[in-house]
Design a protein around this ligand. Structure first.
Ligand code: AHR
Length: 516
């Protein structure tokens, strides 16, 4: 450690000591870093990392649409045809490959006809799932597809299997995608859209075991087949597991495998129990450990679901879409509990990093993942309050991981020490390595240990450049007043011809690029 680094460490300790009184600041232990070893092989570990793994989910829930993304064309908040410019610009920077909409639970209560035509004449409905607030239907199909186009994204429509008929869904699809002179295509033109839209994915219901109709898997399988029969020229996505229900996976794969292109998994990270999720900020090391333990569990579930899928689909024709994932904390104090609003901290950033690493390790099945949700809801990219916006640490992880999109995962062996908090023991380091289309090696490393830094020795050599996301406080987060508390900063390691060793501060994420 050189003098200036030592000075910086001392300053951090002093600052941390001062901050301890107010927040969950965990001073790094000044001891030697723990040692980890990463051996990267030349062989590929699986098919490419589909960009859709960095997909999003937008639901009519709280301020996820209204306020967070949509302010309306008449708003004083700068907007493009109603979509707020600050959020759109930020989302364009992280390149949104696919957006799932309109739910969630909302999807199985949604009548697409409510959201087309003259906005002034659209019916107001009650959003029965989320706060029982009025749903103006001001954002409907045309507005959503405009958002998809503004973000150069793909549409993933979650269709209503719970409370509408297969004909409703097939007509919605015809309305959106037909180039003909059918009555529905003409209606779309009259409503302002000449060219048909492309709808690449259609979800057949959502959580059919719960808010999507409380169905038995056997009943859902029959219903899925019936609905899927009327879906043409789109990828048919079956509503899948969200409750560790292996029986459901078996039944759907066995009875409906022939009628689906993808099967879904919902997995939420909870730093406690469902009834006691714990706060989004101001938590202790117990909840830090619990949250990361829960996040790491996503891989076990992917493996379990994929294993069952393999039985019925050994050629892996059917993809696994993790189309809802992310943290679910207690609602922000003072907020409407039905709005699922929560802050987003360094812990959420690490959850995102280990989730991406897990997706990268299972690209033979996992072809899409959609974080819940895009803005203001659960593990969001951005938080807004009137005209103000703050990007979250999770947003920055999406940004840092951009080089992984379309890259091919490489085989790697990681030997990592473990750390313990109470009765939870977890690995310190988690890693992902991939080769980009132009031959660079990208490496992501996360140090989950809240106290100790890690030194990662590798079999690679050379100088790397990249970015690091870290902070002193385990609940460091960005606010409207201080939006830059947690932002990535430049990181470099190694030198020409030298063996590459990377130093990871406690609770940090590093993504670097190794030139070829
Ligand atoms: O993302 C919030 C809710 O979580 C979704 O509406 C539902 O599908 C899931 O239970």
């Amino acid at each position: 450690m050189n003098d200036s680094m030592e000075q910086k460490m001392k300053m951090r300790h002093l600052l941390c000591a001062a901050m301890l009184a107010f927040s969950a600041c965990i001073p790094a232990i000044a001891a030697e870093p723990v040692e980890a070893h990463l051996t990267v092989a030349k062989e590929v570990a699986g098919p490419r990392i589909e960009p859709e793994i960095y997909g999003h989910f937008v639901e009519h829930l709280g301020t996820g649409v209204y306020g967070g993304l949509w302010v309306g064309p008449e708003s004083e908040i700068p907007n493009t045809r109603g979509w707020r410019n600050d959020v759109i610009e930020a989302l364009r920077r992280i390149e949104v490959p696919v957006i799932r909409w309109p739910g969630g639970c909302f999807a199985d209560d949604y009548d697409w006809r409510d959201g087309i035509g003259d906005p002034a004449k659209r019916p107001v409905r009650l959003n029965r799932w989320w706060g029982r607030v009025p749903e103006s239907n001001r954002v409907g199909t045309h507005e959503f597809m405009d958002l998809v186009e503004l973000l150069d994204s793909e549409a993933y429509i979650a269709a209503n299997m719970g409370s509408m008929s297969p004909m409703d869904t097939s007509r919605w699809l015809e309305y959106m995608t037909s180039d003909s002179d059918s009555t529905l295509a003409k209606e779309r033109r009259r409503n302002g859209r000449e060219r048909p839209w492309r709808v690449k994915y259609v979800g057949v219901g959502n959580e059919s075991w719960g808010c999507g109709g409380n169905m038995r898997p056997e009943y859902q399988a029959d219903l899925h087949n019936r609905y899927a029969t009327y879906l043409h020229d789109t990828l048919r996505v079956a509503s899948g597991d969200g409750q560790r229900d292996d029986h459901l996976v078996e039944v759907l794969m066995e009875r409906s495998g022939a009628h689906m292109d993808a099967f879904t998994l919902h997995y939420y990270t909870i730093a406690g129990e469902w009834e006691d999720k714990g706060p989004a900020t101001g938590f202790g090391l117990d909840r830090w450990a619990k949250g990361l333990e829960s996040a790491l569990g996503i891989e076990e579930r992917i493996v379990a679901v994929s294993g069952i899928m393999d039985k019925y689909d050994p050629d892996k024709r059917i993809a696994l879409y993790v189309d809802e994932w992310g943290t679910w904390h207690d609602p922000a104090p003072g907020s409407n509990p039905g709005f699922l609003q929560q802050q987003n901290t360094l812990r959420d950033a690490l959850v995102a990093a280990v989730s991406f690493n897990a997706f990268h390790r299972h690209t033979e099945r996992v072809k899409m993942a959609n974080i819940a949700q895009m803005v203001n809801v659960l593990q969001a990219m951005a938080l807004t309050d009137g005209p103000r916006m703050a990007l979250t640490p999770t947003y920055h992880v999406f940004d840092m991981y951009k080089p992984f999109r379309g890259a091919t995962p490489l085989k790697a062996t990681l030997e990592t020490p473990r750390w313990r908090e109470g009765d939870i023991e977890l690995p310190a380091v988690d890693a992902s390595v991939a080769r980009t289309a132009d031959g660079r090696v990208v490496l992501a490393l996360a140090n989950l240990d809240p106290r100790r830094s890690a030194r990662v020795r590798t079999n690679l050599s050379g100088a790397v450049q990249g970015r690091i996301l870290t902070a002193d406080a385990i609940d460091a987060h960005n606010t409207f007043a201080r939006p830059d508390v947690l932002v990535p900063t430049p990181y470099s390691a190694g030198g020409e011809g030298e063996a590459l060793t990377l130093e990871l501060p406690a609770k940090s994420i590093v993504v670097v690029d190794l030139p070829r």
